[in-house]
Design a protein around this ligand. Structure first.
Ligand SMILES: Cc1cc2nc3c(=O)[nH]c(=O)nc-3n(C[C@H](O)[C@H](O)[C@H](O)COP(=O)(O)O)c2cc1C
Length: 296
C-alpha cells in the first residue's frame, strides 16, 4: 500500500510495488537474425517514445580482485562492431577495464516495458574516434574533462571550481596569450590541466588554432566569451571504449511474469579480450549469431 502522509513524505510498502506488463510481445517470427537490427529498431522506438535519456545504460565492470561495480554511462555510437561510450581513462571503470576487459551493459526502458542486456569485451576506441567525439562535445564538457580527476578523492567541490576558473582565465580571459607563452598553472589535486597545457603547446606548434561554436555554458562569463574560444585538445586521459558484444538479450515484459526473452549469442574463441588496445584487432564481428529463447 502506498500512503501519502503529508505533501513531503510518502510511506511506501515496497513489496506492494508491482506492475503488470501488457504492452507488447517479442516473438521469434518478429525477431531478425541480426541483433543489431533489433537493437536499432528498439532504440529508435525508445527515441520516438521520448524517453528520458534513452541512451543511458548501466555499465558493469569487474576489478582485478573479481569485485564488480556498476554505473550509468551514455551510449554515443553503435554499429555492428559494438557499443561506444566515453570516459576518463584514469577512472575506476577504466582501471577495471584495463585489467579485465569483460564488461556488461544494461538498458532499461520502463515505459516500453523493455530491457536489453549486453555482454562482451571492450577495446579502446581509436585516438581519431575519441578526438572526433571530443570535438563534438559542448565547450563546457570539454573543459570539464580537463578539470575533473574522475573517481579520485577531492577535498571539496571548490577544487573543481578552481580548476575551471584557472582554465577560464587562461583560455578565455587571455586568448591572445594562448600557448605557447602561457606558463603552466598550478593544479589543485590533479595535473590534468597542466597536461592540457603541455598538450596544447604541442598542437599549437603544429597547427593553427581553430574556432568552434559552443552550446553549453559553464557560467555567464564563459557564455559571453566562448564564441571566440579556441578549440581545446582532448585530454590524453580521456577517450572512448567500444564494447564488442558476444551476447545480447532482449526482454519484453508480458502479463503474469511470463515475459519474452530472446538471447543472441556468438561464441568467439579468438577474440583478443586479453589485449586492450587498438580496436582494429577485433575479430568477433565475423562470428555468426545464434538465437535462443530463455524462460523468464
Ligand atoms: C545519466 C548519466 C549519464 C552519465 N554518463 C557518463 C558518461 O558517458 N561517461 C562517464 O564517464 N560517466 C558518466 N556518468 C557518471 C558515471 O555514472 C560515474 O559516476 C562516473 O563515470 C564515475 O564512475 P567510476 O568511478 O566507476 O569510473 C553518467 C551518470 C549519469 C547518471
Amino acid at each position: 500500500m502506498v500512503e501519502r502522509e503529508s505533501t513531503q513524505t510518502v510511506v511506501v510498502n515496497i513489496a506492494e510495488l508491482r506492475k503488470e506488463y501488457q504492452q507488447m510481445g517479442l516473438l521469434e517470427s518478429d525477431a531478425p537474425d541480426d541483433p543489431f537490427v533489433l537493437f536499432d529498431h528498439w532504440f529508435k522506438q525508445a527515441i520516438a517514445a521520448k524517453l528520458n535519456e534513452p541512451n543511458a545504460m548501466t555499465l558493469a565492470t569487474v576489478n582485478e580482485r573479481g569485485y564488480p561495480s556498476a554505473r550509468i554511462v551514455l551510449l554515443k555510437h553503435f554499429d555492428d562492431s559494438g557499443f561506444c561510450f566515453f570516459t576518463n581513462y584514469n577512472s575506476r571503470k577504466s582501471q577495471d577495464l584495463l585489467v579485465n576487459p569483460h564488461a556488461a551493459l544494461v538498458f532499461f526502458w520502463g515505459e516500453l516495458e523493455r530491457q536489453i542486456r549486453i555482454e562482451g569485451f571492450v577495446v579502446k576506441t581509436s585516438p581519431q574516434e575519441s578526438d572526433s567525439y571530443f570535438r563534438s562535445r559542448p565547450f563546457g564538457s570539454q573543459l570539464g574533462a580537463w578539470a575533473s580527476p574522475q573517481s579520485e578523492v577531492i577535498k571539496s567541490r571548490q577544487i573543481l571550481e578552481e580548476n575551471i576558473e584557472q582554465l577560464q582565465q587562461k583560455y578565455l580571459m587571455s586568448p591572445q596569450e594562448l600557448l605557447p607563452q602561457v606558463p603552466s598553472i598550478e593544479i589543485k589535486k590533479t595535473s590534468h590541466i597542466s597536461e592540457m597545457i603541455t598538450e596544447e603547446k604541442r598542437s599549437a606548434a603544429k597547427s593553427p588554432l581553430t574556432q568552434i561554436s559552443h552550446s553549453e555554458t559553464l557560467s555567464s562569463q564563459t557564455s559571453t566569451l566562448q564564441t571566440s574560444f579556441p578549440q581545446i585538445s582532448r585530454p590524453p586521459h580521456w577517450g572512448g571504449f567500444r564494447l564488442a558484444p558476444t551476447l545480447i538479450e532482449f526482454w519484453q515484459g508480458r502479463p503474469n511474469r511470463l515475459h519474452d526473452r530472446l538471447v543472441y549469442q556468438r561464441i568467439d574463441n579468438s577474440h583478443p579480450a586479453h589485449q586492450l588496445g587498438d580496436d582494429s584487432t577485433t575479430t568477433v564481428t565475423a562470428v555468426p549469431w545464434i538465437r535462443k529463447r530463455l524462460a523468464p
